[in-house]
Design a protein around this ligand. Structure first.
Ligand SMILES: NC(=O)c1ccc[n+]([C@@H]2O[C@H](COP(=O)([O-])OP(=O)(O)OC[C@H]3O[C@@H](n4cnc5c(N)ncnc54)[C@H](OP(=O)(O)O)[C@@H]3O)[C@@H](O)[C@H]2O)c1
Length: 272
């Protein structure tokens, strides 16, 4: 019997690559997206696009009920949807702060809240949270995004204890920079921070183009899909894993060095 997957943010990037990869491997994949039209040319019958708004509990509950009715189970949940605000802290407005956490953090919690009871009753499940190497490492202008991904790491750590007795595994993937729609469509810049007259103009000019360039020349999303399959198949898989060059460079360094030495390396690397 095919395993049933729900993935959020499925229409592009890592989400899309994972949908297609897992469907080819024989999984039934519910592709949760705000825009199911993006799947109109999909021929693979194992891919089931489903309207999902992770900022609305009703929408998530409806998706959970639909999958449960159609398949009788949900084996794997992949919390992938996310975006990034690029702003100094002093320029952040209330709406940006709320929206970043509403999607990246509360979105993950809402989806977990609705899927966990199904997994708990079936006494099995795998939850994979797509966080970021920036869930362990801070960078200027990304404080809000960083803190949202640090929170995702915390969610993973806590849920692992909470769900272990119900045979539900929880993992996080910390990708480095990946060439997806992220920099093109889903990095939201704060206009004040990006103003030529901003006191942070020099930092913005030095760092922002480098980050965008590193994302657009980043690794291929298929690497994330392959790691997801490894996690699903290997019951002993580690709690968290890095994927992609930047994550593999910085995360081990962060573990080995003192906070201060690590900070010096990042300052040097990004010319901060
Ligand atoms: N690309 C990178 O360098 C990188 C590095 C580390 C971590 N990540 C993380 O990896 C995950 C996937 O990103 P990606 O690189 O594949 O980028 P992507 O191509 O931009 O895909 C992100 C998906 O998240 C959903 N999304 C974006 N903004 C949203 C919003 N405001 N509300 C609800 N859903 C929203 C969208 O799904 P729908 O439109 O289908 O609903 C979108 O397809 C994200 O959590 C991101 O933070 C990315």
């Amino acid at each position: 019997m095919s395993k049933v997957v729900l993935i959020t943010g499925a229409s592009s990037g890592m989400g899309r690559a994972t949908v297609e990869f897992l469907a080819k491997k024989g999984f039934i994949v519910y592709a949760g997206t705000r825009d199911i039209k993006k799947f109109k040319n999909t021929k693979n019958t194992k891919i089931i696009p489903i309207s999902l708004n992770i900022t609305k509990q009703d929408s998530i509950n409806h998706v959970a009920d639909t999958i449960h009715k159609e398949q009788g189970k949900i084996d794997i949940l992949i919390n992938n949807a996310g975006f990034g605000v690029v702003s100094t802290v002093e320029d952040l407005n209330e709406e940006q702060m709320q929206q970043q956490f509403n999607v990246n953090v509360f979105g993950v919690l809402r989806v977990c809240k609705s899927i966990i009871p199904i997994m708990r009753k079936q006494n099995s499940g795998v939850i994979i949270n797509i966080s970021s190497f920036l869930g362990k490492i801070g960078l200027p202008l990304l404080t809000l995004y960083n803190s949202s991904k640090y929170a995702v790491e915390g969610i993973t750590d806590s849920l692992r204890y909470e769900l272990k007795d119900f045979n539900i595994r929880v993992h996080s993937i910390m990708p480095g920079f990946f060439d997806t729609k992220f920099a093109r469509d889903n990095l939201v810049t704060n206009l004040q921070t990006f103003d030529k007259e901003s006191p942070y103009a020099k930092m913005v000019m030095n760092l922002a183009p480098v980050i965008v360039e590193q994302i657009n020349n980043g690794n291929d999303a298929i690497e994330v899909a392959e790691v997801i399959l490894n996690i699903i198949e290997d019951e002993k898989f580690l709690a968290r894993v890095t994927v992609g060059d930047k994550a593999k460079k910085f995360i081990p360094m962060k573990k080995e060095l003192s906070d201060e030495d690590f900070e010096r390396r990042v300052i040097e690397y990004y010319g901060l």
